[in-house]
Structure formats: structure tokens, C-alpha cells
Ligand binder design. Structure first.
Ligand code: IPE
Ligand code: IPE
Ligand code: MG
Length: 240
């Protein structure tokens, strides 16, 4: 277990991944898009292991957005089926290596069976400390903020008491540090409704490599790019 960050002081604490490009990867191989999702999901664990080797303690993956419901019914049910097929085995394997699993998003549109598997994954891995994997599934940054505002109103919080820290506690991510680095595979240059609040000062990296081909080399490259950045958080560097 790696708890010591001193050897790699620059390692991002939290890396968030927009796993894009599955469909195009499959179509280029004349495969149905859902095969791209299947291969994509099968790559997640090895990416987590590589992140762990780089001392990353939090990984968030964007797996299904609130807008992805607008895809053809057969693709949506294909994605749900792939997740249902792998979730129990993946949960067991991740539990074995000490990964805590969290779900970010809503569950009310999911099949009860899948909902139960998600709850089980969270319960089983609750006390793991090696790494936290947050899975954004039926997640949208705007709907996350809306449900946070609803929570504040439901709790009768007076307007004057609302500040950034309090609002953040009503999001899906209390206790999770903001992502230091957001990586998007598949070449697009947008957030697509991902972590809108939490990404305020995240560094952004995109690669044309589609998610099913994302591996050690691309991770090294993304981290190398991250290490070169100067994060100012709106301030000026000392001496400038
Ligand atoms: C990302 O891959 C996975 C999901 C959005 C569920 P895509 O399915 O968006 O793949 P492309 O962008 O069409 O290639
Ligand atoms: C973003 O990818 C969502 C996920 C990776 C889950 P999309 O493929 O849905 O994003 P757009 O439509 O290209 O913006
Ligand atoms: Mg896409």
C-alpha cells in the first residue's frame, strides 16, 4: 500500500477521466458500438492500477451522462447490460486491491437489479483506503448542482448561510478533493457536463486516443504534461 507521497510530490491527488471514443473505436473495426463499451469497461481496472503506481489516490471515471439517455434505446440497454455483467466481478477484484467505490449520480432511472449491485459495491468497499474510485453514472454536472440546491432548500438553510463550502457538501462529492487533472480520451475538447463545480481549477488534458486504447504510454504523457503546468489559482507566482 502506498501512503507516502514524498517521493512523488507532483503526483496529482485526483485524476478524473472522461472515457470517450468507445463507439468510434468499434465502428472503425466494423463492430457494433456496444462492443466498444465492452472493451472500454474491461480496460478500467488496469488504468486504476497504473494510476495507483503513480500514487494517485482518487480516480473519477465518467461512464454515463444524463444526456447519454438520448442515445438509441439499444445502445442504452447495451451499456446497462455491459455494466450489469461486469459489476460484481469488478467490485470483488477492486475490493481485493483496496479500492473504495463511490457512485456519483442518480439511480432512480436504473433497473432495481443494477441499483442493488451499485449499493452492494459501495457497501462492500466502504472502508478501503488505498484508492477511491468514483463512478459517474447517470451523472450530469448541472443536475448535480440542482439536486444540491434542492437539498439546501429542503434543509431550510437560510440564504446567508449558503457559501461555497456548504454548497459543496450537498454535491455528490463531499470529502472528495477537486480533480487536479481531467483527462479526456477520444479527442473532443469539452467537458460534456462533467464535474462542472469541481473542475473550477482542474488542469485539462486531451488525447485523440480512444478509451479502449488508453494505456500506460498515454498515462505517462498526461502526467508529464500535468507536471509542466503552473497552477496559479488566480494568484501570481512569487517573484513575478
Ligand atoms: C464514451 O464513448 C462512452 C459513453 C458515452 C457511454 P462514446 O460512446 O461516446 O464513443 P464515441 O464518442 O461515440 O466514439
Ligand atoms: C461524455 O461523452 C460522456 C461520457 C464519456 C460518459 P459523450 O460522447 O456523451 O460526449 P459528447 O456528446 O461528445 O459531448
Ligand atoms: Mg462520445
Amino acid at each position: 500500500m502506498q501512503q507516502d507521497r514524498r517521493n512523488k510530490p507532483e503526483a496529482p491527488l485526483h485524476v478524473a477521466l472522461i472515457m470517450d471514443g468507445n463507439g468510434r473505436w468499434a465502428r472503425e473495426r466494423s463492430l457494433p458500438r456496444v462492443e466498444g463499451h465492452r472493451v472500454g469497461v474491461s480496460r478500467i481496472r488496469s488504468v486504476l492500477e497504473l494510476m495507483d503506481a503513480h500514487n494517485v489516490k482518487h480516480v473519477t471515471i465518467y461512464a454515463f451522462s444524463t444526456e447519454n439517455w438520448n442515445r438509441p434505446q439499444h445502445e442504452v440497454s447495451g451499456i446497462m447490460a455491459v455494466l450489469r455483467e461486469v459489476i460484481d466481478d469488478e467490485t470483488r477484484a477492486l475490493h481485493k486491491i483496496g479500492v473504495r467505490i463511490l457512485h456519483l449520480g442518480s439511480t432512480h432511472r436504473l433497473d432495481p437489479d443494477l441499483k442493488e449491485a451499485i449499493n452492494h459495491a459501495q457497501d462492500l468497499t466502504r472502508d478501503n483506503t488505498r484508492m477511491t474510485l468514483s463512478v459517474a453514472f447517470d451523472y450530469g454536472g448541472r443536475s448535480e448542482i440542482v439536486q444540491a440546491v434542492r437539498g439546501l432548500i429542503r434543509d431550510n438553510v437560510p440564504a446567508e448561510a449558503v457559501d461555497e463550502d456548504l454548497l459543496a457538501r450537498y454535491l455528490y462529492t463531499p470529502g472528495i478533493p477537486d480533480p487536479d487533472l481531467i483527462i479526456r480520451t477520444g479527442g473532443e475538447l469539452r467537458l460534456s457536463n462533467f464535474l462542472l463545480w469541481q473542475s473550477a481549477y482542474s488542469e485539462f488534458y486531451t488525447t485523440p486516443v480512444p478509451w479502449p486504447e488508453f494505456g500506460p504510454q498515454e498515462i505517462e504523457e498526461a502526467l508529464r504534461s500535468y507536471h509542466k503546468r503552473k497552477r496559479r489559482f488566480g494568484a501570481v507566482d512569487p517573484g513575478d
